[in-house]
Design a protein around this ligand. Structure first.
Ligand code: MRU
Length: 349
């Protein structure tokens, strides 16, 4: 569906020459460099070290990584490859804890593996490509659904990077931004810098600028003040995991934006495919929140930001309670003011 929308644009994850290629997002915007990945260990390392990031992009990467893993295990032992592969799946599953798309993709590939007889590579590659394409299609669909909520001349604030770089292509929150901009409904896009990895400053700004969509950066700490000045109509973000009651885990700082948005009458939209909804989490309190190394806060580009001996806390996601969310947009439909039960209907046949 509408793949020409996305064909020529930013690609974070590419399957070429029988290998996985990942755009190294740690180097953007200075360098556009693809890393070739030809083993599942390299893929897990690329996910943990943020070469590739963003929940759906991590899921797509894991799917291709399983193709590489199965190829190698089948070559080693054509009889026992499925048993041996389990170790690879377990290792991949813990590469990052919060983005449920990782486990979702592994479990979908696992269901496929169960039915394979003979050499698994072609079947698994077809499944991985399907996961990839379905994610792009879902994003384009969500873009169209989300844009219906925007009035002409809307001012939009986004956080982190929920764009083509974070997905199979096109983006979730930035999919709505792309569609809104093309429909002439968005006057200005603002992006939080998103400390400490600066996904907003480095990645969102890069991919929007590359496409000619003007973007204005703001320090994370300026959001509340600017909301008070009536700068934004909508905050639009992605998600790493959504619980059954509509609580949303996303990049650290999302929760503060949601609290501030409600206080200032700014509406709050979450855009995420149903692969990000975890029906096993009753509420956000059950979602595992990743904490990363303190050096990510204490240093920047190899330079110390603080005196020696200072410690830092680095939780990289937070949970926004459902009551602060105005609308969740998925490819299967939208849920306004989510609460327990309202997301379940998206999964009904
Ligand atoms: O730590 P990151 O960069 O992987 O965090 C990414 C986010 O928080 C995104 O908002 C989320 O994964 C949705 S991406 C469509």
């Amino acid at each position: 569906m509408m793949s020409d929308e996305t064909d020529h644009r930013v690609k974070a994850v590419v399957w070429r020459n029988d290998k996985l290629s990942l755009l190294d997002q740690r180097l953007l915007p200075e360098k556009e460099l693809y890393i070739e990945i030809d083993s599942v260990d390299q893929a897990a390392d690329a996910i943990s070290s943020m070469v590739v990031r963003g929940a759906p992009a991590i899921g797509v990467t894991a799917a291709y990584a399983i193709v590489l893993a199965a190829r190698s295990r089948f070559m080693d032992d054509p009889e026992q490859w499925k048993v041996l592969l389990q170790e690879d799946l377990d290792m991949l599953a813990v590469a990052r804890p919060t983005a449920v798309n990782l486990r979702w993709a592994i479990s979908r590939m696992h269901s496929c593996i169960k039915h394979i007889t003979g050499n698994p590579e072609d079947v698994l590659l077809t499944e991985a490509k399907a996961i990839h394409q379905e994610d792009i299609d879902a994003n384009v669909k969500m873009g169209l659904l989300g844009v219906q909520y925007l009035e002409p001349q809307s001012q939009v604030l986004t956080h982190c990077n929920a764009g083509a770089l974070a997905t199979g292509g096109y983006g979730t929150a930035l999919g709505v931004v792309r569609a809104g901009y093309r429909a002439g409904k968005i006057q200005n896009v603002y992006a939080d810098e998103t400390r400490p990895w600066l996904q907003g400053a480095r990645l969102t700004a890069w991919e929007l600028a590359k496409e000619g969509i003007p973007v204005t950066l703001i320090p994370d700490s300026a959001a509340a003040y600017l909301m008070k000045q009536k700068h934004f109509d909508w905050v639009i973000v992605g998600a790493d995991r959504i619980a059954v009651n509509g609580d949303v885990a996303n990049k650290i700082g999302t929760y503060s934006l949601a609290v501030n948005a409600r206080h200032h009458g700014v509406r709050f939209m979450v855009v995420a495919p149903t692969s990000t909804v975890d029906m096993e989490m009753r509420s956000g309190a059950e979602i595992p929140i990743e904490t990363r190394d303190e050096s990510e806060v204490l240093t920047m580009a190899g330079r110390n930001l603080s005196p020696a001996g200072v410690t830092a806390l680095n939780p990289v996601f937070d949970v926004t309670p459902a009551e602060l969310v105005d609308v969740i947009v998925t490819e299967k439909g939208v849920v306004e003011r989510p609460q327990t039960g309202s997301l379940t209907k998206l999964f009904e046949p």
